[in-house]
Design a protein around this ligand. Structure first.
Ligand code: NAD
Length: 443
């Protein structure tokens, strides 16, 4: 099929590449000229496992193209995806300016029936607003062209995006007409061979499904962080509690890891946006407010532990930091817990020597050159000249470190384990002091 995708970020680029992989002819449009030029040269602007190979393969074969020119791209697509950003507005609600701008562009150039598919995470009612924005442009040029608007939220996980896109758990299609559903059924048929993953519903339910999924996942994390905070006050080990409750199939082991708080481009903004939606409809979503509040506090946790260890005297100290990305297997630093920690350490007069397998370039882009930040090429380099070590992201490469080497390199042999990667006894046997999250002592 002929597919057009607006936005070549995590969602747009991965979706485009995966649809091309299935034999569709995909044109990706972005307003970022530099990004489009890089993509045309086969350079992938983000780190995402497996993405580079399928983008290059399909670009070379002619099934995946990139452009900044919206008009021919709209003429190309029988299905036109909107996959642009929906960042938080000042009050936390989703900023729809990019989505509506694309809708307007589509309306200005559409010349025959197409299905317009919104993949961005958008508040309930946005499908109607997209429909109105397209219709207004069509009316302005007196064009009687039919089109459908479908809500098809994306559930891929950064770090596993290609896999998630090729093998989705579910494909949510919010549509009000059979014609559009039939088009999407055809498009998604190759992803449905094993069993039908498509769940068809109305647009509003589809839009809310995405927020409900992210809010539920964020709730699981904040819940476990709350339990961790109780555990450390009552002398229990949250890691044992986690395994104890995970064994109940109604709870399950997935996504109940306590830690230094959730970040990323989705959970913080989506929980907030859902709360704003509820508020604007006269409902105070108290649980969502609590999920956010717990997370905000949890993101200060590592700093508190470090500061407490040094009796609040951090000036002149150097902290080795392992992990900058908001989670493993990505270079995305949006709302990363590492940022909050680094900024708090700098404010307190400490220096940071940091290592991350993929996010160093992004960190440098965000913070530039500064005296109190050294970005190291290897994990062991970050330890040189540092007082203590803080682990912020649970990259696999950090799971089984050389504790004796860490001990020898640090001025003070202490590990602050923001993701509970290590067994306290193992660390202590190696001669290091250990601070984790909710492990029976800490503060
Ligand atoms: P992103 O910020 O990585 O990319 C957005 C892209 O859209 C940018 O390249 C930007 O230049 C481009 N853009 C903006 N205006 C445009 C226009 N008028 N025409 C063409 N391109 C334009 O965003 P993302 O992380 O891919 O997220 C996109 C949407 O998908 C958001 O609503 C997000 O909440 C949602 N989502 C993201 C993820 C994720 O893991 N990142 C997962 C599921 C859903």
């Amino acid at each position: 099929m002929r597919v057009t995708i607006f936005g070549t970020g995590y969602v747009g680029l991965v979706t485009g590449a995966c649809l091309a992989e299935m034999g569709n002819h995909v044109v990706c449009v972005d307003i970022d000229t530099a990004k489009v030029e890089r993509l045309k040269r086969g350079e992938i602007p983000i780190f995402e496992p497996g993405l580079e190979a399928i983008v290059r393969r399909n670009h070379v074969s002619g099934l995946l193209d990139f452009t900044t020119d919206a008009a021919p791209a709209i003429a190309h697509g029988e299905v036109i995806f909107i996959a642009v950003g929906t960042p938080p507005d000042e009050d936390g609600s989703a900023d729809l300016q990019y989505v509506l701008a694309v809708a307007g562009t589509i309306g200005r150039h559409l010349d025959r029936y197409a299905v317009i598919v919104n993949k961005s995470t958008v508040p309930v009612g946005t499908a109607d607003r997209v429909r109105e924005a397209v219709a207004a442009e069509l009316a302005a040029r007196r064009a009687a062209i039919e089109f459908d608007v479908v809500s098809n939220p994306e559930f891929l996980k950064e770090g596993a995006a290609v896999d998630d896109c090729l093998r989705p758990d579910r494909i949510i299609v919010g549509a009000s007409g059979a014609r559009a559903v039939a088009v999407l059924r055809k498009l998604y048929a190759p992803f449905n061979r094993n069993h039908d993953r498509m769940v068809v519903m109305d647009e509003r339910s589809a839009e809310l499904t995405k927020y409900a999924a992210n809010a539920m996942l964020a709730t699981k994390i904040s819940f476990m962080n709350e339990i961790a905070n109780i555990a450390e006050r009552v002398g229990a080990d949250v890691e044992l509690v986690r395994q104890g409750i995970g064994s109940d199939p109604r709870i399950g082991y997935h996504f109940i890891y306590p830690g230094a708080g959730y970040g990323g481009s989705c959970f913080p903004k989506d929980v907030q946006a859902l709360e704003r939606t509820a508020h604007s409809h006269g409902y105070e979503a108290r649980l969502l407010g609590a999920v956010e509040a717990v997370n905000r506090q949890q993101k200060t946790k590592l700093f508190e532990l470090i500061s407490h260890h040094f009796n609040g005297e951090l000036a002149g100290r150097t902290i080795a930091l392992w992990g900058l990305a908001f989670k493993p297997n990505t270079d995305d630093m949006r709302e990363a817990s590492s940022r909050q920690l680094m900024e708090a350490l700098w404010n307190a007069g400490a220096k940071v020597r940091a290592f991350d397998p993929e996010a160093r370039e992004e960190t440098h882009r965000l913070y530039g050159d500064r005296d109190d930040l050294v970005l190291c090429e290897r994990a062991s380099d970050a330890l040189q000249g540092a007082d203590v070590l803080a682990v912020v992201t649970e990259w696999k490469a950090f799971r089984s470190p050389d504790f004796a080497g860490i001990r020898a390199a640090l001025a003070e042999p202490v590990i602050f384990d923001g993701r509970n990667l290590y067994e306290p006894a193992t660390v202590e046997e190696a001669g290091l002091a250990y601070y984790g999250i909710g492990r029976g002592r800490s503060l």
